[in-house]
Write a protein that binds this ligand. Structure first.
Ligand code: ADP
Ligand code: ZN
Length: 296
């Protein structure tokens, strides 16, 4: 009998909910804007209740924007915690879903979810240490070390690492907490703040992309040095600019300067910095993968 799993990709801009047994077998999917917690969680619950009337849901995985509390033993486990997103601070996400649907619920960051989906079905297959970044409305990184999703004290916030800005660049960055952290310099709204138009409206040859690639390569230099990933997967709206990939590979290789002696970096850059194997479905399929992992 087919086992059905629910997934919620909870983004700051939109929610995507799906019920699937695998990436090739999605029986239902819906998307709606992220508004208030009551309205948005209400819509998600209504979708899964309608599904549960037709098939048995084995579990539900939630891959959410944060910061959030993914530590099962913590009193605020399952909450969106300190988010600057209006009304969402201290929202009991898991509690609301579990109370309404009464199935096992898994809860993690959007990027850890996407990393798990990529590990199961996409560009992370067969690896045990890799990282997934989204460069979109915000910047976030998640992934695995030694075959386990990274958590720790709370969860990594790799989008907020500080990076050395290139000489002469005076852009102040837009992170409300840190100004010119990685996200403050490189997220979609930062590109827009720097150039006055949205990234999707800048031509592929616009100087914006050389600077963007430079910023991303500096951040990935740190990631390579800190966690020694076997691969780096770069997703999110901004990475829709495919010309960024060769630029980032070249700049990262130059920046590492031969120090890391691995064929992956010295000769295999095309397979080292890659787009998500699941494309723009990485988010919602990642949530499904979290749901599956909760049961396995
Ligand atoms: P979210 O982060 O909400 O999941 P996205 O990953 O699509 O959504 O990120 C949205 C951001 O990415 C916006 O700032 C948008 O301007 C930017 N963006 C989306 N598509 C492109 C593109 N093709 N080129 C450059 N920037 C883009
Ligand atoms: Zn920041």
């Amino acid at each position: 009998m087919t086992k059905w799993y629910g997934g919620i990709e909870a983004g700051g801009t939109k929610f995507v909910c799906a019920v699937a047994s695998s990436p090739d077998n999605i029986r239902a999917e819906t998307r709606f804007p992220t508004t208030t917690p009551a309205e948005t969680l209400g819509k998600a619950i209504a979708f899964f209740q309608a599904q549960a009337a037709e098939v048995e849901l084995t579990s539900i995985g939630i891959a959410a924007f944060g910061p959030l509390d993914p530590t099962p033993t913590s009193p605020t486990y399952g909450y969106i915690t300190t988010t600057p997103k209006p009304q969402w601070a201290n929202t009991d996400f898991v509690g609301a879903i579990q109370a309404a649907l009464n199935v096992p619920v898994a809860f993690d960051t959007d990027v850890n979810g996407a990393a798990l989906g990529e590990h199961r079905w996409g560009a992370g297959q067969g690896l045990d240490t890799f990282v997934y970044f989204t460069i979109g409305t915000g910047v976030g990184g998640g992934g695995m070390v030694g075959g386990k999703l990274m958590h720790g004290l709370v969860h990594p916030e790799m989008g907020h690492m500080l990076i050395q800005q290139r000489e002469g660049d005076t852009f102040a960055g837009i992170c409300p907490y840190h100004g010119n952290c990685f996200e403050g310099l490189a997220c979609g709204p930062a590109v827009e703040a720097r150039w006055g138009v949205k990234g999707q409206e800048l031509g592929v040859d616009h100087p914006a992309w050389e600077i963007e690639a430079d910023t991303i390569a500096r951040a990935m230099h740190n990631i390579v040095m800190i966690m020694s990933p076997q691969r780096i997967i770069l997703g999110g709206g901004v990475m829709g600019q495919m010309q960024l990939f060769p630029l980032i590979r070249k700049k990262l290789q130059a920046s590492l300067n031969g120090y890391v002696q691995s064929p992956a970096i010295l000769a295999g850059m095309d397979q080292y910095i890659v787009p998500p194997g699941l494309g723009d479905r990485a988010g919602v399929l990642g949530a499904i993968a979290l749901g599956m992992a909760a049961i396995d």
